[in-house]
Ligand binder design. Structure first.
Ligand SMILES: *Cc1c(COP(=O)(O)O)cnc(C)c1O
Length: 329
């Protein structure tokens, strides 16, 4: 059975046309040669897009690798990392892997990040905005408050979902030298399989991230991924088209779920976190799976009744809603 895959926050859309035409057989024939270790054509496209210098951009094999470099380069047993209790599952994994001390700060009762709770934190802070699992977005003013609370600590803003209705904090990097913004091509730019992510920050932090990369895996991005990433960054029109459709499908799905009695968190990402008091989250997840629809059941204590639904095409979401209604009947 071919599943409708709404469980890992991928895009339902293909890469932009430029990706498909740029990966020519001519480029494939060059795969006997190492890739450009500086990935300069990709770095240039990212820098131009965000109006920063090339020295402000580091690229990695997915933003997961960038995050790993950051945990490894800037944190240890003494200089720890702090993040919310509900967020991206890889943060504690990286902390454990690199022997980094970490602690968590609970989201408030509405699953929101309260910036005031971070006021007296001296460890580095990492926050996904919109937050992973909840989809809830913090306004740029709030991010600026967080960054300006303490200039001695790093604040990392993981913007994996920023293109689905939020405003990037990239514009703040010239004002704050303790800010690192991390983004990925996996969600809004339809390239999860190409594994491309990047960080934008002041030149000194970027140079530290690159030092880590060069000592670990200098050719970390493959030739075809560099080409794909560049093309995807150049095509603003296609990005806008894809993200508008996702936003439209998200609002459709959220309103259908609410009509069926679900409580749905207000998401600015490409997924929804939702629960119904008519059916336990785990049971709903299993019943959807029986019907060929995969959603994510996270099972964490505070959200153990919730399922997370990636927003796919309109047709996929209609099938999902139909299945939910059948299950509840
Ligand atoms: C998907 C995701 C990533 C990882 O993205 P890749 O670039 O595919 O490694 C990082 N952070 C968050 C919050 C994500 O949701």
């Amino acid at each position: 059975m071919a599943y409708i895959k709404l469980n890992t926050n991928e895009s339902p859309f293909p890469p932009c046309p430029g990706v498909i035409s740029a990966i020519s057989s001519e480029e494939v024939l060059k795969l006997n040669l190492y890739s450009d270790p500086t990935a300069s054509s990709l770095v240039e496209a990212i820098a131009d897009h965000y109006g920063v210098g090339k020295e402000n951009v580091a690229v990695g094999n997915g933003s997961d690798e960038i995050l790993a470099f950051i945990f490894n380069a800037f944190c240890d047993k003494k200089n720890g990392m702090v993040f919310p209790d509900i967020t991206y599952g890889f943060y504690p994994v990286f902390a454990n892997m690199f022997g980094v001390k970490y602690s968590v700060i609970p989201l408030d009762a509405d699953f929101k990040i309260k910036v005031a709770d971070y006021e007296n934190i001296t460890d580095n802070v990492i926050i996904a905005n919109p937050n992973a699992q909840t989809g809830i977005y913090l306004e740029k003013e709030e991010i600026e408050r967080l960054v300006s609370q303490n200039s001695e600590r790093l604040v990392i803003i993981d913007e994996a979902y920023i293109d689905f209705g939020g405003e990037s904090a990239v514009g703040l990097i010239n004002k704050y030298d303790n800010l690192i913004v991390v983004q990925t091509f996996s969600k809004s730019r339809n390239l999860a399989g190409a594994r491309v992510g990047f960080a934008i920050a002041n030149a000194e932090l970027i140079s530290d991230i690159n030092t880590m990369k060069f000592s670990f895996n200098p050719y970390n991005l493959g030739r075809l991924s560099i080409i794909a990433g560049r093309e995807a960054m150049l095509d603003r029109e296609y990005l806008k088209n894809c993200t508008s459709k996702i936003i439209e499908n998200r609002e459709y799905t959220a309103s259908e779920l609410s009509d069926s009695g679900f409580s749905v968190l207000r998401s600015k990402s490409n997924f929804l976190l939702a629960e119904s008091d008519k059916i336990p989250g785990k049971e709903l997840y299993l019943k959807l799976k029986e019907r060929g629809i995969l959603v994510r059941y996270l099972g964490d204590k505070r959200i153990e009744n919730y399922i997370r639904i990636t927003i796919g095409s309109r047709e996929q979401m209609e099938k999902f809603i139909l299945a939910v209604k059948e299950i509840l009947r």
